[in-house]
Design a protein around this ligand. Sequence first.
Ligand SMILES: *[C@@H]1O[C@H](CO)[C@@H](O)[C@H](O)[C@H]1NC(C)=O
Length: 291
Amino acid sequence: MTNSNHNHVMIKSSVLLLLLSFLVAAASSGNFNQDFQITWGDGRATVLDGGRLLTLSLDKSSGSGFRSVNQYLFAKIDMQLKLVPGNSAGTVTTYYLSSEGPTHDEIDFEFLGNLSGDPYILHTNIYAQGKGNREQQFYLWFDPTKDFHTYSILWNPQTIIFSVDGTPIREFKNMESRGIPFPKSQAMRLYGSLWDAEDWATRGGLVKTDWTKAPFTASFRNFNAQACVSSASSSSSSCNSGGSSDQSWLKQSLDSTGQARIKWVQKNYMIYNYCTDTKRFPQGLPPECSL
Ligand SMILES: *[C@@H]1O[C@H](CO)[C@@H](O)[C@H](O)[C@H]1NC(C)=O
C-alpha cells in the first residue's frame, strides 16, 4: 500500500469512528453505565444487561443508591421500576429529582413497602426553595412488584406533572404570580435509592422490617430523559439531549383528557392530600391549596 493510499484509509476509518461514536451517544439515553453513578451501598447496587438494568438491594447493614451524571434544568423523565416483592414492610424505594443545598428544590416519588398482599403507598412531594410539606399519597391500580411500570416526571417552566403508566396522578402548576415558589432556577440530578425506614414507612411505623427476608431488591430500567442538561462549567443549559430535537415537552400541559384522568385517580386512589389536612395546618392550608 502506498503512503497516500494508507492515509486515505486512515481518514476514512476515523470518519467512520466519529460517526459511530455520534450514533452511540444519540442512542445512549437509557444506559446506566454512562448516565448514572452508583453513590452508595458498597456493591449492593448492580448494573446488569449491558447497562439496561440497575438493581438496588437492602440488607440489615445498608441500602444502596445511584444518581445521574447530568444535572437537568427542566426535564421529562421516564423510568420503569419493579418494586421489592413479597414482604417489603419497612422498605422505601425512591426515585426523585433534587438540587443541592439548604434551599434546594425536589420532586419526589417514594414507594412505601408493605406486608405480602397489602398495598404499597406511592408517596409524592415537591420542595421549592427548601420547603416541602406538599405530600400526596396514592394506592396503585396494579401490583407494582409483579412487573415493571413506568413512572414519569414532567418538569417544565409552567408545571410539574407526575404520571404512572402514562396516567397523570398529580399536577403542581407554576403559581409564582400568586407568590408561591416554583422550582425553576436550580438544576437537579435524578436519584434512586432503596433504604430502610421501618420507623414510619408501613402503617406509620407499626409494621417493622422482617430482616429474615433480606436482601430486598428493587429494579430500574428503560430510563429516558428529554431534558435541558445544564453544564457545570458554565451557566448554560442545552435542551438537545435524548437524541431528539423535539422540545414540545417544554411547553406541555395537561389537556382535558389528562385533567379527567387526574380526577379519576384522585377520587379513587388518593389516600392523603396535604391540601385537605386542616389538622396539620391549624393556621390555614398552604396558599396553593385554594387556587
Ligand atoms: C399497608 O397495608 C395496610 C392495610 O391494608 C394499609 O392500611 C396501608 O396503607 C398499607 N401501606 C403502607 C405503606 O402502610
